[in-house]
Design a protein around this ligand. Structure first.
Ligand code: PMP
Length: 653
């Protein structure tokens, strides 16, 4: 029963993701997923995907098509899916759509030659099967006849397309690649034909589907080992900085009142439930929100349901989730595979015992396997705690005091790290309630400036020495000022020269930019790495520290410790079965589904689309991305310049 439900939820998520691309909505289509040898799940007949629930999804026998579950009649193409899944035991999923551009190509009744960049998904040509009416056995036969061997994509004459894959994400990738390849074909053919209507036709096609990305996403990124990277390209830092500078030098403009009214009307008319809850929250929660990222103008949305890439608020409005809870939910919200394992563990031993649990070991083994710089690993309560532990460990190991961070970087909210936050050069601007002594040994250095770090390292030698340099490897504040491509490697060399520990804060980049994190992408080994967010897949107590064994041993307490010198860390819930089982299965699923690579490609597409809009409308905005971390700067507020304090004071508020 659980396998059925998992399959149905997975199908629902994949269908919605394709519907959002315009592949299903309005024009129909259907998806199927093999559950086991005898059964498969399939979307219902003639469905409105946005109203569909997991219960509507049918479970059928593969041989007889007998319906075993599902409140609605199964798709008329169930026979087609069953035949394909029977013919291709190597494929668990099939996706059939009437997506616009490839379906238009199917009217030509010819195979599609595939450009090199899409050949990994599609092969050299996509075959075509002859026309047969929808829902007939004849169509199923014709399609299956073309889907032998390793074929994964099929054009169905005068009808639509089909994608086969190891899983639904894989099959969806096939139909996406097919749409891009067909668009490229029209692009090229129309350009060669020089028809007077070329421009209009291309515009119409591109309105359905964005121009194929300008980047070859199949090129492997540099990496410490073979696990694929979620970053397919690195921003041109100089060009980004020049654009950011131009943006910041513009006067700040408010949103047009007429447009603002439209937005506010939406909230007023559609979000009364959120509004009422926000009012109650204001009375008992300072500011009415607990999370700094919770959207708060005109009031925060209250979310009732989160699944996959979608959020539904308590008024029933549905949203595409670009926030992803600030980073941890790389698999999408509430992944059913992880949920089931968590539930099972909770039933067995509850959320905490204070003793050892097998999943603590399994998670630590998994992190050590994926992140080459990590010999040993320790769970903690949050990224903030893990940063505190890393700094304490560095000081204990080196016997030195100073810690250098990059201005603007966020390393949590511990006393010593509320320094130079968000805007480089702002020092103690936000250190309200924190005594001077707490930040006395924290220093900041402007981004991408190795000479300035060298100077600090030299000066610190005379004043108690530097224990560590801590950086976010993408660049400060989740890469808001992207690190130059070679910065991390050069910083490693500089730290080695001065015998200073290098700490990578991979709370954001860990697992999101690939299973080996940003250090895998840059091919740089830090001494210590701080983890958070993705480490527990969105479940609580997301924090951990890993690194060289000789340093990590200083955390050893209890019987195993050497007792002479110990960096104290603790926490009632530090390593609890709930966080560890969630983290273990979330990471396993990320690895299995190549989640970082897929999310990275989505980030590339989103960024390309934003850039298209920006250049078409000649806006001063700046968009860039590092895999699935996508930056859109519309005011450049984080880029204000603290070197000009008067200017800063005027604008920063
Ligand atoms: N370091 C970085 C780079 C972060 O982005 C964050 C959180 N956004 C933290 C540390 C702190 O992590 P937590 O919120 O889990 O304390």
């Amino acid at each position: 029963m659980n396998a059925w439900n998992t399959a149905r939820h997975t199908l629902l998520d994949a269908a919605l993701a394709l519907a959002d691309r315009g592949f299903l909505a309005g024009v129909g289509g259907n998806l199927a997923l093999r559950i086991d040898r005898d059964t498969f799940a399939v979307t219902p007949s003639a469905t409105d995907y946005y109203a569909m629930t997991a219960d509507d999804i049918a479970v059928l026998r593969l041989d007889t098509l007998k319906q075993l579950a599902g409140t609605r009649a199964p798709s008329v193409e169930s026979g087609l899916h069953a035949r394909l899944l029977r013919r291709r035991p190597d494929c668990r999923a099939s996706v059939h759509t009437h997506q616009p551009v490839a379906s238009a190509y199917s009217l030509l009744h010819r195979p599609l030659p595939v450009p090199a960049r899409w050949q990994p998904q599609l092969g050299q040509t996509v075959p075509v099967c002859g026309y047969a009416p929808s829902g007939t056995g004849w169509l199923a036969l014709r399609a299956a006849a073309q889907c032998g061997g390793k074929t994964r994509a099929l054009l169905m004459a005068n009808h639509g397309v089909l994608g086969l894959g190891r899983d639904l994400a894989d099959a969806s990738d096939v139909v996406v690649a097919l749409e891009q390849a067909a668009t490229a074909w029209f692009d090229q053919t129309l350009a060669a034909a020089r028809t007077p209507h070329r421009h209009a036709v291309l515009t119409a096609l591109h309105a359905f589907f964005p121009r194929p990305g300008v980047h070859d996403m199949t090129t492997p990124a540099p990496g410490l080992h073979s696990s694929p990277s979620g970053i397919s390209r690195w921003p041109d830092v100089e060009a980004v900085n020049a654009r950011l500078k131009a943006l910041v030098s513009q006067p700040i403009r408010p949103i047009r009142p007429a447009h603002m009214e439209t937005v506010l009307r939406y909230f007023e008319q559609r979000c009364q439930g959120s509004k009422a809850l926000a009012e109650r929250a204001k009375a008992v929660i300072p500011g009415g929100v607990q999370h700094n990222l919770a959207f708060n103008y005109p009031f925060p949305l209250a979310i009732r349901e989160a699944r996959g890439a979608h959020l539904t608020d308590i008024d029933g409005n549905r949203y595409i989730d670009f926030l992803q809870a600030g980073g941890p939910t790389l698999l999408g919200s509430n992944d059913p595979v992880v949920l089931e394992k968590v539930q099972q563990t909770l039933r067995e031993c509850g959320p905490v015992t204070g003793l050892l649990h097998e999943y603590e070991v399994k998670l630590a083994e998994l992190v050590c396997r994926h992140v080459p710089s990590v010999d040993q690993f320790r769970m903690l309560g949050s990224g903030t705690e893990a940063v505190m532990a890393a700094i304490r460990l560095a000081r204990a190991y080196t016997g030195r005091k100073f810690v250098i961070k990059i201005g603007g970087a966020y390393h949590g909210w511990s006393d010593q790290m509320v320094y130079g936050m968000r805007i480089p050069g702002t020092g103690r601007l936000e250190a309200i309630g924190i005594p001077r002594g707490a930040t006395a040994y924290t220093q900041e250095s402007f981004p991408n400036n190795l000479d300035a770090i060298r100077l600090r390292l030299q000066l610190n030698r005379l004043r108690g020495g530097t224990a560590a340099v801590i950086v976010e490897p993408l660049g400060p504040e989740s890469g808001t000022r992207p690190a130059t491509a070679d910065f991390n490697r050069q910083l490693r060399a500089l730290c080695d020269e001065f015998g200073v520990l290098l700490i990578f804060d991979e709370v954001v980049s860990g697992f999101r930019t690939g299973m080996a994190g940003a250090q895998g992408y840059f091919n740089v080994k830090p001494d210590l790495t701080v983890f958070g967010k993705c480490l527990t897949g969105g479940y609580p107590m997301a924090g951990g520290i890993g690194g060289r064994k000789d340093i990590m041993q200083l955390l050893a307490g209890g019987i195993g410790g050497n007792n002479s010198k110990r960096a104290m860390v603790g926490g009632t819930l530090s390593a609890n079965p709930l966080s560890c089982v969630a983290g273990y299965y979330a990471l396993l699923e990320m690895e299995k589904r190549e989640a970082a690579v897929k999310a990275g490609r989505a980030g590339d597409r989103l960024c390309d689309g934003l850039q298209d809009i920006i250049s078409r409308l000649q806006l001063p905005y700046v968009a860039y991305n590092q895999g699935s971390v996508v930056h859109l700067q519309t005011s450049g507020v984080l880029l204000l310049n603290a070197r000009n304090p008067l200017h800063l004071l005027r604008e920063v508020k």
